[in-house]
Design a protein. Sequence first.
Length: 107
Amino acid sequence: MDVLSVNDGDFVTLSEGAAYTAAYRDQFPSMDGVIKGLFVGRNKINSLLNQENVVGLRIYFGLNEEGVPNLVIVGAKATGDDVTSLIVERLRPCPPVCGSGNSLNGN
C-alpha cells in the first residue's frame, strides 16, 4: 500500500516561508549566526530522485561530528521505505553561504 506520493508537500508563499524561518530564529536566538539553512546541489538531489522506485525525498535532522545541525537526505519509495543506497549529508551551511539578504534568511 502506498503511503507517499510524488505530489506530497505544499508550496507556500514567500510571506508564509518568511514567517516560518523567522519563528525558528526567534525560538533559538542563541543560534543567531550559527546556522539558518543548508544548501544541497541539484546533482545530488537528482541522483537521489533518479533511483529506482523513488517518489520523493525523506529529510532527517542530525548533528555532524562537530555537533553542528545538518540534514541527512535519502530517497523514499511510495511504500514509505527509505532507499539507503545513496545518502546525502555534509550540506553547505548558511552562514557563511547565505546569498543576498532576503526575508527567508533574515539578512
